[in-house]
Design a binder for this molecule. Structure first.
Ligand code: PLP
Length: 219
């Protein structure tokens, strides 16, 4: 018998396909990041067993505890950090993660560059945009994005492949998603990580390339 997690995952895949079709987008033009914060290793194993490999965690400590073990079992896991990164956690973050989606300041960039060299490992990066300019959220303000991205490209060796945001709760997210698309286009950024359980349909319609889903799978 299928577990709830697997059936939720499959019906989510159907909903993603439907969103893509109604937005006249290609099937397979969305990457699904499964967010496993607070989830047990057993719950995660259900998805690994059916071949899913792209996962996200918010906290470095929690990620280490769960994923060091899982990564020994499955060598092709892609683990994304989607929560804020403190400079004193950079070493652990570089060792357990493959992608960091919360890049938001130059002091962090410098620590990451030197830690990557130390560990002889290159991660991939998304710059986080505080698209609603909310005081409780981290990320660059939208008007800071262009100069930050230009500075990164000119002066640092980090590979920035995308931008990421969490729009304000309880407001129509579409204007914020559209602004992300503008930022990406004018900076020749290909990937946009936006859309969660309650707004992935709008995110796909606006042009997300990756959605990050937790609750609608693990409910
Ligand atoms: C928890 C979280 C998600 C997943 O949100 P759900 O509502 O559980 O789908 C996505 N992105 C970030 C940054 C998160 O913290």
């Amino acid at each position: 018998m299928e577990t709830n997690i697997i059936s939720n995952f499959k019906s989510l895949q159907n909903s993603i396909d439907n969103s893509l079709i109604s937005s006249e987008r290609d099937l397979n033009s969305i990457e699904l990041l499964v967010v496993t914060k607070y989830q047990s290793i057993d719950n995660i194993q259900h998805l690994l067993k059916i071949g899913h490999r792209c996962f996200g965690e918010n906290r470095v400590q929690e990620a280490k505890q769960k994923w060091n073990q899982l990564k020994k079992q499955y060598f092709d896991i892609q683990l994304h950090l989607i929560g804020p990164l403190q400079t004193n956690k950079v070493s652990d973050a570089v060792s357990v993660f493959d992608v960091i989606q919360s890049l938001d300041r130059l002091s962090l960039v410098e620590k990451l560059v030197s830690e990557q060299r130390k560990q002889n490992k290159s991660l991939r990066y998304y710059v986080q945009i505080n698209i609603g300019k909310e005081s409780q959220k981290t990320g660059l303000f939208p008007e800071e994005a262009d100069s930050f991205l230009m500075h990164l490209r000119q002066d640092y060796t980090l590979s920035v492949e995308g931008i990421m945001c969490i729009p304000p709760a309880n407001l129509d997210p579409s204007p914020y998603f559209n602004e992300m698309v503008n930022i990406a286009q004018r900076n020749s950024i290909q990937k946009i990580s936006m859309g969660m359980s309650n707004d992935f349909d709008q995110a796909i319609a606006c042009g997300a390339t990756m959605i990050r889903i937790g609750r609608s799978i693990f409910r």
